[in-house]
Write a protein that binds this ligand. Structure first.
Ligand code: G1P
Length: 305
């Protein structure tokens, strides 16, 4: 016996399956380290920053990934590809743990690549995913934000999108002087404590005139209508086509856009000092090297070096 099809509501939409990860940024803040090495491959402890992002997407059920890349980023594709010579060498040495780690990176997900051509901003990067994504709701993960794997932000956003439809962004309360680094949301409350309804969003406002201190951080679950909005979006802040401006157009067109307020652990690897903090925080929590590193760190902080 077959069951009657459920009515088509926001709750019955097909869940997002695809994630888009823009990786075309130049990484100028990390020069000269990023002259020949993509910033996304800088290690956080012993894993490239980007692998944390890919693992997060896969954990949330998004196993189809598109990376929007640019010139000088070929090493990213190599990292997520098989490396038969290296695998054979590790096998010969009997180094099972490293063999598993090396293979793991290539078995995580089905990863596709598209080039951005000219870097014209985050909105332009996302637009390059239009034909890959088609008519589906999809996620965007920005490589500079590592979300602690114990804090299920993306899962929560996917859940909110399923129930409420439209698009969902991640929001973080930041000090007012920092809001000029982010998209900034104007919001109304909903009946869920961590879910807010956006009535506007503006890219990198002056702290003095910013409408709130709620920053958009690097996780989005977007309706495919964003592509048409981005095609109509002129260059904005910094002379670039901004994803924020595309989302603003969706709000103005009456589409639901919600924000999930994140109160968990986030590591910003796009800034040198925050990058160092991310390495230290993740290193002390590691089971293998954590105890030894923590002992040293305690002594160092106490002035012992
Ligand atoms: C981008 C977005 C901005 C967002 C930020 C999150 O800015 O344009 O709206 O708040 O990511 O990290 P970028 O960091 O590329 O300057």
């Amino acid at each position: 016996m077959t069951q009657a099809a459920p009515p088509h509501t926001a709750g019955q939409q097909t869940p997002a399956r695809k994630a888009v990860i823009p990786v075309a940024g130049l990484g100028t803040r990390f020069l000269p380290a990023t002259k020949a090495v993509p910033k996304e491959l800088l290690p956080v402890v012993d894993k490239p920053a980007l692998q944390y992002i890919v693992e997060e997407a896969v954990r949330a059920g998004l196993a189809e990934l598109l990376m929007v890349t640019g010139r000088g980023k070929d090493a990213i594709a190599d990292h997520f590809d098989r490396q038969p010579e290296l695998e054979a060498a590790l096998e010969k040495k009997g180094d099972a743990a490293r063999l598993i780690a090396v293979k793991h990176a290539s078995e995580l997900a089905k990863i596709h690549f598209v080039r951005q051509g000219e870097p014209q901003g985050l909105g332009h990067a996302v637009l390059q995913a239009a034909s890959y994504v088609g008519q589906e709701t999809f996620a965007v993960l920005l490589g500079d934000d590592i979300i602690d794997s114990r804090d299920r932000l993306l899962e929560r956003m996917l859940d909110v999108q399923q129930r409420r439809g439209g698009s969902v962004v991640a929001l973080l309360e930041v000090p007012r002087q920092d809001i000029s680094k982010y998209g900034c949301a104007t919001v109304d409350r909903t009946d869920e404590d961590d879910v807010l309804a956006l009535s506007d969003v503006v890219e990198k406002p002056d702290p003095d005139s910013a409408p709130s201190t709620l920053a958009v951080i690097g996780r989005y679950v977007l309706s495919p209508t964003i592509f048409a909005a981005l095609r109509d979006t002129p260059p904005g802040s910094g002379g670039e086509i901004q994803l924020t401006d595309g989302i603003r157009a969706l709000i103005r067109a009456g589409e639901p856009v919600h924000g999930v307020v994140f109160r968990g652990r986030r590591y910003d690897t796009g800034d040198r000092v925050d990058y160092l903090k991310a390495v230290v925080r993740l290193a002390v929590e590691r089971e293998d090297i954590g105890p030894e590193f923590r002992t040293w760190l305690n002594g160092f902080v106490a002035g012992g070096g």
